[in-house]
Design a protein around this ligand. Structure first.
Ligand SMILES: *Cc1c(COP(=O)(O)O)cnc(C)c1O
Length: 391
């Protein structure tokens, strides 16, 4: 008999009932150190007082009004994003997938309105992840996600990761309108795009009038030690997809854009019932107020350096389990020699949570306010997990 929850997930036998900071409490009372943060979602950990306050105050005041009306917290969050980023304007969604849908529509409408309706193709890269909607799976294009779900949304050109010649060639096509890329691939196994490549991509886009869409759903919102990952390279995109961390655990996504890139999205061209609702935007504002602070981001960088150094040590002590550390900031991956799922399970036995990714990697995406002591505990637990696995 089919379970009453549609079984699209292989769930671990864990049932968390409460959380506080970097800790999750299982129904049986065990306390787990959470290095997954809901897959890069709970950027301020669980039950952060400022987020709880923002949500409960808004809940006492007003839950929902339609986007037919002005929404104060939505306007406030859009202003904060405009202040903190390249963006002139923002459309709010409830998820990263919806942000992907919007980004695709925005790019196509831009070229359509500029008199180039043939420029519908979007270049994407092998190993990418842009969500599970029809546009999202067509964008990423992997067999694993698309198998059985055809016909797929047309207009995506899939290139190998890091193949400059293929990219230069593909960008010359008169039907290409946009390039969509994660500055650091998350699901693909924590694969950062080198800064020089991001700069090269920007140049290529400028040369051919292609819109650059960055998917910062996983790597954005302080994760790499900058507010957004592309800031490390000094370039700015035309369109950016955001979700996960921006809501700190409340469903919230966004598409940020320059005035020019957004020019096709006039009244009536797109909409969302829940996107930009008062509850989500109140929490989003509270997240921005904390994470966008330079002192907060410099702490992320400091702790990221510490965690990375300790992980290098861990790899050195367990060369039969781990191969290498990679990633950026507090978006780190351990490339495994053992089977990554076995490492994740061995972690559960030591009450530490990590997340598997492609390319036999385990991901460490802890809350950005993880403490020094918790970093030390994380390493001790991963060390114990690796020892148990090797014996
Ligand atoms: C998670 C993710 C998405 C999809 O976001 P959802 O909120 O799950 O719809 C898209 N792109 C990237 C890079 C992601 O990590």
């Amino acid at each position: 008999m089919i379970p009453s929850v549609l079984p699209t997930y292989n769930r671990a036998p864990l049932n968390f009932v409460s959380g506080s900071g970097t800790w999750l409490v299982e129904a049986d009372g065990r306390r787990f150190l959470d290095l997954g943060a809901g897959i890069a979602v709970n950027v301020l950990g669980h039950a952060h007082p400022a987020l709880v306050d923002a949500l409960t105050q808004q809940a006492d005041t007003l839950w929902h009004v339609s986007n037919l009306y002005h929404i104060g917290s939505q306007q406030a969050l859009a202003d904060k994003l405009a202040d903190a980023t390249f963006a002139d304007t923002t459309f709010f969604t409830n998820s990263g997938t919806e942000a992907c849908e919007m980004a695709v529509k925005m790019a196509r409408k831009y070229h359509f309105d500029k008199g180039a309706p043939e420029r519908t193709d979007i270049i994407t890269f092998e190993g990418s992840f842009h969500g599970r909607s029809s546009a999202g799976i067509a964008a990423a294009g992997s067999e694993k996600m698309t198998h059985g779900f055809g016909p797929l949304l047309p207009g995506f050109v899939h290139l190998p990761f890091g193949d400059h010649d293929a990219l230069t060639q593909a960008a010359k096509s008169p039907t290409v309108g946009a390039i969509m890329v994660e500055p650091v691939q998350g699901e693909g196994g924590i694969r950062p795009l080198p800064d020089a490549c991001l700069k090269g991509l920007r140049d290529l886009c400028d040369e051919h009038g292609i819109l650059m869409i960055l998917d910062e759903v996983q790597c954005g919102v302080g994760r790499t030690g900058k507010m957004f990952a592309h800031e490390w390279s000094g370039i700015t995109p035309d369109i950016m997809m955001v979700a996960k961390g921006i809501g700190g655990g409340f469903p919230l996504g966004a598409v940020l854009a320059t005035e020019n890139a957004a020019s096709g999205m006039t009244a009536g061209t797109h909409g969302s019932t829940y996107g930009g609702n008062p509850l989500a935007c109140a929490v989003g504002c509270a997240v921005m107020d904390i994470v966008a602070e330079p002192s907060f981001l410099s702490e992320v960088k400091r702790k990221a350096g510490m965690l990375r150094q300790k992980l290098e040590g861990l790899v050195g002590s367990h060369p039969d389990v781990f191969e290498a550390v990679r990633g950026s900031g507090l978006m780190l991956g351990l490339k495994c020699k053992a089977v990554n799922l076995d490492v994740v399970n061995a972690g559960y036995a030591q009450e530490v949570i990590t997340i598997p990714a492609a390319d036999n990697v385990i991901r460490l995406l802890p809350p950005l306010n993880i403490t020094d002591d918790e970093i030390a505990q994380a390493i001790a637990r991963l060390d114990a997990a690796a020892t148990a696995l090797a014996s």
